[in-house]
Design a protein around this ligand. Structure first.
Ligand code: UDP
Length: 327
């Protein structure tokens, strides 16, 4: 079986990717420091604990497993923290990714799938965001991811490290079988937080800003089901295996939902009230981030089948009531 090194394989998206890789016949080797990830989420292949910035440990893991490719999910990804602690974001995300790329080149592992973000585009009202859109990230999270994209281009030129970059829009939902799901501590993301508010684990969901220039005053995002998202990664891996050129793909559906619309769907799907309070804007948030690209569908053959808002909430709600991890 072909080994794939999955950094961040103990996290939300990485654990779903490991399940998809295993189903596609690969062996996912998780490399994770367990700061935000969970050992319980590593169910589909071997686990190696380590830091991205630890070159000696990475060299050891590359030598032990001889992976055919890297899928690089491990990152700090919270906009609020990135605004408060940019140094931590630059260190972990940028220095960590650089060390990983150096180790991959050293090991001769030259296929690299990278999770980037629509946050690299920044706030561009009324602009359709496709892969050729200019990138004006407005927070240290988006800037760190944008910088890693630049590093990948340089590493390809100099060292033939070929890459597929996925710029995610907002990810939601959970594995329908309940093997893995979204579980952050502390939680900062909209869907799990509003499910907490619905079942009384928190008093209310705070809407971060209701004075944006959108039809209902709240921010608009494009949500993708985590299982659809990781399916694209397997297709990205096969793209590199076939020897195709390095490529950037947006992963979004093109449908924008405001925070209030997401709340409305959650109330309807769960048939419960959603206690809500209105609060100030969260620094670093963009007004609207919606993908205007179908490149992943056209070129990779990606078909998102589960990314309706109701399905994402349904799967997230099932996981929310039954699944959790423990340290
Ligand atoms: N949001 C909110 N209240 C919360 C968490 C998030 O109103 O408690 C909003 C946030 O401002 C953004 C959207 O929900 O407009 C999605 O935020 P999330 O943190 O889930 O993802 P992000 O867009 O930051 O990647």
């Amino acid at each position: 079986m072909t080994n794939i090194l999955v950094t961040g394989g103990a996290g939300y998206i990485g654990s779903h990717a490991c399940k998809a890789l295993k189903a596609a016949g690969y062996t996912p080797v998780t490399y994770d420091n367990l700061i935000t990830g969970w050992a319980d989420a590593v169910k589909f292949g071997p686990f190696e604990q380590g830091e991205l910035t630890d070159r000696a440990r990475l060299d050891q893991v590359f030598a032990a497993y001889n992976p055919a490719a890297v899928m690089h999910f491990a990152a700090l990804s919270q906009v609020g923290d990135a605004m408060r602690l940019p140094e931590v974001y630059w260190h972990n995300n940028v220095a960590g990714s650089l060390t990983l790329m150096e180790a991959a080149v050293h090991a001769g592992c030259l296929d690299f799938v990278f999770s980037s973000t629509c946050a690299t585009y920044g706030d561009q009202d009324n602009v359709v965001l496709d892969e050729d859109s200019a990138q004006y990230p407005v927070n240290a999270y988006g800037k760190s991811k944008r910088t890693i994209e630049d590093m990948l281009a340089d590493f390809e030129f100099a060292h033939n490290l070929r890459h597929v970059i996925f710029r995610y829009f907002n990810v939601a939902g959970a594995d329908p079988d309940g093997d893995v799901g979204e579980f952050h501590q502390p939680e900062t993301h909209l869907v799990p937080l509003l499910l907490d508010a619905i079942d009384g684990k928190r008093a209310a969901l705070t809407i971060f800003g209701s004075d944006y220039d959108t039809p209902d005053g709240t921010c608009i995002r494009d949500y993708v089901h985590v299982c659809d998202l990781v399916d694209a990664h397997v297709l990205g891996l096969k793209w590199l295996e076939r020897g195709e050129d390095s490529r950037v793909f947006n992963l979004g559906t093109g449908a924008g939902f405001s925070v209030r619309e997401v709340i409305g769907h959650a109330g309807a799907v769960t048939n419960r009230d959603v206690p809500v309070i209105e609060g100030p804007r969260r620094p670093g948030d963009c007004t609207k981030l919606v993908s205007g690209s179908s490149r992943a569908e056209a070129e990779l053959g990606w078909t998102p089948t589960r990314s309706t808002m109701d399905r994402m909430i349904e799967d997230a709600w099932r996981w929310h009531r039954t699944g959790h991890y423990e340290k």
